[in-house]
Write a protein that binds this ligand. Structure first.
Ligand code: HEC
Length: 216
């Protein structure tokens, strides 16, 4: 069972390969507000099918979820449980023929990251017969979960915002410690500057004891 799940996950990842040039050009709002909105979209919509094995409920505090919001979201799940989809692997295989790829590393695993996720979700179109397909990723087995193909321009603007936010959240999820690393990096650089200065003072004291150079 374990093996089928792993191979199903790998298959899911291997199935699609897209050239970066086809991705939509879009500006992402990488703000705390966007991050939290994105987390709401992902936990309420995407988690219906996708899991985020490497993110725990507790981690969502970092994107601004209050304890009360977390309690509502996790129900009986513990704070240190990973974000698992409501759809079990067996159900998913029956429904889609594969387990939808884990979303916690998706932004890192795919070339284009957030742009890839945005492009994929906004590429659903309806043909003359009313059949919905994903133009950029024909044969994609993920249904048009946001009903993007039937939305008019105004509704699409709202959906595009939701997808941008979701992509920003998934980018965070693939590397939750990036911000912390940058903060620590600044301290490390400051420490090195101070250390360099102190070593310079020591060097001057030590060298002051040497006799002055002899002119040749
Ligand atoms: C109804 C179930 C379902 C929901 C809800 C859903 N997905 Fe999917 N998703 C799938 C399936 C199934 C696949 C695998 C498609 C394939 O490989 O053909 C998939 C694949 C993907 C992929 C492509 C992954 C890859 O291999 O490159 C992305 C990106 C994605 N989903 C993002 C999302 C986002 C973002 C949401 C929430 C807005 C979402 N999905 C909601 C079922 C779902």
């Amino acid at each position: 069972m374990k093996l089928t799940r792993v191979s199903a996950l790998l298959l899911g990842f291997a199935a699609l390969n897209v050239a970066a040039k086809e991705l939509a050009e879009v500006d992402f709002e990488r703000s705390p507000d966007a991050l939290k909105r994105g987390a709401e979209v992902v936990t309420s919509v995407c988690m219906g099918c996708h899991s985020l094995h490497y993110i725990k409920y507790r981690d969502l505090q970092q994107v601004g979820f209050s304890s009360a919001e977390l309690d509502k979201l996790r129900g009986t799940q513990g704070l240190d449980e990973p974000l698992l989809s409501a759809t079990t692997d067996e159900m998913a295989i029956e429904l889609f023929g594969l387990v939808p790829p884990d979303q916690s590393l998706l932004a890192k695993a795919r070339e284009g990251g957030a742009h890839y996720i945005y492009t994929l979700l906004t590429s659903y179109e309806k043909d003359a017969k009313g059949n919905v397909s994903n133009l950029l990723f024909p044969g994609l087995r993920m249904p048009d979960v946001l009903d993007y193909a039937s939305a008019d321009i105004a509704q699409r603007a709202v959906l595009q915002q939701q997808v941008r936010d979701a992509a920003v959240f998934l980018e965070w999820a693939s590397d939750p410690h990036a911000g912390e690393r940058r903060r620590i990096g600044v301290y490390v650089l400051g420490y090195l500057v101070v250390l360099t200065f102190l070593l310079y003072l020591i060097k001057r004291r030590v060298w002051a004891r040497l006799p002055p150079p002899v002119a040749r």
